[in-house]
Design a protein around this ligand. Structure first.
Ligand code: C2E
Ligand code: MG
Ligand code: MG
Ligand code: MG
Length: 276
């Protein structure tokens, strides 16, 4: 009896595992098809100067217009796209599309940022590919910022540093994304050629809660450190006026979040205004 139950449990587990594998494989083939049929689209979230609200740039965030499931966010598919390696082809297409859109619709000053994953940074010619892509799209390198997370640096920090350094000499900037959540080695801050640092929204969203003095201290310290190293700071995930005011009073120059604007197609932000 016990043996039978044990075997049955084993079978149940095995079935669940098999179903997961089938799901992953199905998702992979859906992602391939989506790439062929251009179902991915960049959404743009404004990055604003906090004192007057001026849009300084946009973060390009991937969305999947799924024919049956509607608009999907990265949470629903980026992990599988990364594990299968498909994220590279998907991202390159998206990056180039975002640059072209920016050139067409917002020819003036705003910069654009991309989320670059660890996989991209493993290629020694990543910088060359970026520069070729910018040339094809006709976007000035000084208008591009690559966003890297601390996790993506762990693999081979020295080679990532060299890649970002070559990009920097070509005019492309780098931002450290989600700062404070990852491995937060302070040595990254001075060893990497960073133009910007993005404070993770976990800290920002604590700022207007009662007893927020700890996160206030952390944010103030990050700002002091970044500014001493000549790195600009973007606060992520600003949802309330109180959070914005707190950041402003601490001297944070830029912010991003639902209070300032949700991620949307670029036309939404610049469509009507540019034709004056
Ligand atoms: P991230 O780079 O940290 O992007 C910020 C995320 O916070 C975005 O989620 C954005 O929609 C969300 N967000 C912005 N303001 C607020 C706010 O006020 N409150 C809250 N609760 N959330 C806010 P999203 O678009 O779902 O992207 C999630 C993650 O997926 C990104 O985190 C990034 O790591 C990754 N990702 C996005 N686009 C791409 C892409 O094109 N390629 C790659 N490889 N990864 C991407
Ligand atoms: Mg980001
Ligand atoms: Mg972030
Ligand atoms: Mg994040």
């Amino acid at each position: 009896q016990a043996k039978q139950m044990g075997r049955k449990r084993f079978v149940v587990f095995d079935e669940a595992l098999a179903k997961d594998m089938v799901d992953v494989l199905a998702m992979e083939s859906e992602l391939r098809k989506a790439l062929r049929q251009n179902e991915f689209e960049p959404y743009f979230q404004p990055i604003c100067r906090l004192n007057d609200g001026k849009v300084m740039g946009y973060e390009a965030l991937i969305r999947w217009n799924h024919p049956q499931r509607g608009l999907l966010r990265p949470h629903d598919f980026v992990k599988i796209a990364q594990d299968s390696g498909l994220i590279e082809a998907i991202d390159w297409r998206l990056f180039e599309q975002s640059c072209r859109l920016l050139v067409q619709i917002a020819p003036q000053d705003p910069f654009i940022t991309f989320n670059v994953s660890a996989l991209h940074l493993r290629h020694v010619d990543f910088d060359i590919r970026v520069l070729k892509m910018l040339e094809r799209a006709g976007l000035d390198p000084s208008r591009l910022i690559t966003e890297v997370t601390e996790g993506a640096l762990l693999d081979n920090p020295e080679s990532v540093r060299a890649t970002l350094e070559r990009l920097r000499s070509a005019g492309v900037g780098a931002a450290l994304d989600d700062f404070g959540t990852g491995y937060s080695s302070l040595s990254y801050l001075h060893s990497l050629p960073l133009r910007m640092l993005k404070i993770d929204r976990a800290f920002v969203q604590e700022l207007d809660k009662p007893g927020s003095s700890n996160s206030t201290t952390v944010v103030a310290a990050i700002l002091a450190l970044a500014h001493a190293l000549n790195i600009q700071v973007i606060a992520e995930g600003i949802e309330t006026q109180a959070q914005r005011n707190a950041l402003l009073s601490m001297g944070c120059e830029m912010g991003q979040g639902y209070l300032l604007g949700h991620p949307l197609p670029l036309q939404h932000w610049v469509g009507p205004q540019t034709t004056e």
